[in-house]
Write a protein that binds this ligand. Structure first.
Ligand code: LRH
Ligand code: MN
Ligand code: MN
Length: 430
C-alpha cells in the first residue's frame, strides 16, 4: 500500500495541538526546575527510549472461549510489519519488532530484512513456540516440550529453538526468548526434579548454539496452560536456570506471569542485583495472565518497576541492559491503538521514574521516614509528564496525540479494504 499515514495528516493534527503543547511544556519545565530537574535532560532520555512491539500483538487475540476478529487484520508478517511501522511513525517509541516462530511465516528472509529496513524497523528478540502443535509435526507437545519425558520430543523442541536462532541471525536479532507451557495438571503427573533436569539439559543444548553476541531470555509463568505445576514457575527457578546456563542467560519478567499479590518490582530489584535481569514483557492484569494493555489496571505498579530500573541505571548497576517488549492481546480494541497507548504508558512510567528525587528518597530511607519516602515516589508519579512525551514524539516527526491522529488518517478503514475479513474464530491464544 502507499503511504501508511500521510505526513500531511500528522502535520495538520500537530499544528492544531502545538500551541497548547508549547504552553504545557513550558509550565512543566518551570515546575520541574523548582525541584531541580532539567526537563530537557528528561526529554532526551525519553526520546532515546524504545519498546519492542510483539508481532502477534497487531492481530486480534482471543480468550479460551472465542475470538472476534476485527477489520483489516494483518494476513502475514508483511502486513504485521506495516502495522508496526504505523505505531512507530506516530509514537516514535517502538523501533523494533519481536517475532514469534512459527506464528510468523518467514520463508524469504531477504525480503523480510529489506521490508523491515525500508520501514525503519529492527528485529528484537526471537520468540520460539513449543507450546502448540503445528501441522505435520512428528511429536506432540501435549505433555511438554523441552522437559518432555520422550527424548525425540525434546530434540524436536531443541531443533525448533535452533531454527529460531538461525532465523534471528539472518534478521539481525541478538536474543532468543524461550517460554514453555510445560507442566502438569495433576499432582503426581510429573516428577518435579526429573522434568526440571530434562528442561535444563535441553536448554544447555540451545545455549550451546547461541552466537557470542546473543543472549537467551527464559520466561517464567506461574500457571497456564498447566494448572497444577509449571516447570519454570517463578523467578527463583528462572534465576537457577540463568545461573546454570551461564553468562549469556538471563531472566525475562512478563508482568502477567505472577500470582496477583506478588511484588514484581522487588523481583526486578533482585534480578538486577545479581546481574540476571534479561528483559520484560509488559502488559497489565488483574487476575492472571490477562494480557491487558500496559498500565491499564495498575499504572502505579508499572511506575514502581521503572523506579527500580532507573535506580539501577542511575547507579550504573553492573551488566544492566534489559530488553523491553510489550506482550499483550487485544479482544475489544483496535490493536494498533492499544499498542500505541501501551508504548506511551511505558514511556510515561520511565519519565516519572526519571524525575524521582533519589537523593531525598535515600535520605528518607536512611532516616526510616516511611511516609516521606512514599511521598517522594508519589510526587513523581502524580506529575503529569505528558508534555515531555508529546514533545519527544513531535521532535522525532511523530504525533502529539497518536490515537486521534491515527483515527484521522483512516488507516484501519484503508487496510480493511485491502485485507479480507479474518474468519478465524477459535480461542486458545495464550
Ligand atoms: C506466554 C507468553 C509468552 C508467549 C506469549 C505469546 O503466556 O507470555 O511470552 O510467547 O505469551
Ligand atoms: Mn510473555
Ligand atoms: Mn503470557
Amino acid at each position: 500500500m502507499g503511504e501508511r499515514i500521510a505526513a500531511t495528516v500528522i502535520e495538520a493534527d500537530n499544528a492544531k495541538r502545538r500551541p497548547a503543547l508549547d504552553a504545557d511544556y513550558a509550565a512543566l519545565g518551570e515546575r520541574l526546575a523548582r525541584r531541580g530537574v532539567d526537563i530537557e535532560a528528561i526529554r532526551q532520555k525519553v526520546a532515546a527510549y524504545g519498546v519492542a512491539i510483539p508481532s502477534w500483538g497487531v492481530g486480534t487475540g482471543g480468550t479460551r472461549f472465542a475470538r472476534f476478529p476485527g477489520p483489516g487484520e494483518p494476513r502475514h508478517i508483511f502486513d504485521k510489519l506495516n502495522d508496526c511501522a504505523v505505531i512507530q511513525a506516530l509514537t516514535r517509541a517502538t523501533p523494533s519488532v519481536s517475532l514469534h516462530i512459527p506464528w510468523d511465516k518467514v520463508d524469504d528472509l531477504g525480503e523480510l530484512t529489506d521490508t523491515a529496513s525500508t520501514l525503519g524497523l529492527r528485529f528484537d528478540a526471537m520468540n520460539s513456540n513449543t507450546f502448540q502443535d503445528q501441522p505435520g509435526q512428528s511429536h506432540s507437545y501435549k505433555f511438554g516440550s523441552l522437559s518432555h519425558s520422550d527424548s525425540a520430543t525434546r530434540n524436536q523442541a531443541i531443533e525448533h529453538n535452533l531454527e529460531c536462532i538461525a532465523i534471528g541471525k539472518a534478521l539481525g536479532s541478538t536474543a532468543l526468548t524461550v517460554w514453555v507451557g510445560d507442566g502438569s495438571n495433576f499432582p503426581g503427573q510429573s516428577h518435579f526434579t526429573r522434568s526440571f533436569e530434562r528442561y535444563l539439559e535441553s536448554m544447555r543444548a540451545i545455549y550451546a548454539d547461541l552466537p557470542d553476541d546473543w543472549r537467551v531470555f527464559t520466561e517464567h509463568k506461574i500457571f497456564e496452560p498447566a494448572f497444577y505445576s509449571t516447570v519454570v514457575q517463578d523467578w527463583g527457578t528462572n534465576y537457577l536456570i540463568a545461573q546454570e546456563l551461564g553468562p549469556k542467560a538471563f531472566c525475562l519478567v512478563d508482568l502477567g506471569h505472577h500470582a496477583p499479590t506478588v511484588n514484581i518490582e522487588m523481583i526486578v530489584a533482585r534480578l538486577v542485583q545479581f546481574g540476571k535481569l534479561g528483559g520484560f514483557h509488559f502488559n497489565d492484569s488483574r487476575y492472571g495472565d490477562d494480557d491487558l494493555d500496559t498500565g491499564a489496571i495498575d499504572p502505579y505498579r508499572l511506575f514502581l518497576v521503572f523506579n527500580e530500573l532507573v535506580d539501577a541505571e542511575t547507579r550504573g548497576a553492573k551488566g544492566f541492559d534489559p530488553a523491553h517488549m510489550l506482550d499483550q492481546s487485544h479482544n475489544v480494541t483496535d490493536p494498533i491503538e492499544s499498542l500505541m497507548t501501551s508504548a506511551m504508558e511505558v514511556q510515561r512510567a520511565y519519565a516519572q521514574a526519571l524525575i524521582v528525587d533519589r537523593v531525598a528518597l535515600a535520605a528518607f530511607q536512611d532516616d526510616n521516614d516511611a511516609l516521606m519516602a512514599s511521598e517522594t515516589l508519589k510526587q513523581a508519579f502524580r506529575t503529569d509528564v505528558e508534555p515531555i512525551l508529546a514533545k519527544a514524539r513531535l521532535d522525532a516527526g511523530g504525533a502529539i496525540a497518536p490515537v486521534p491522529c491515527y483515527r484521522a488518517a483512516g488507516y484501519r478503514a484503508k487496510v480493511a479494504a485491502e485485507r479480507p475479513q479474518s474468519t478465524s474464530l477459535g480461542g486458545g491464544i495464550v
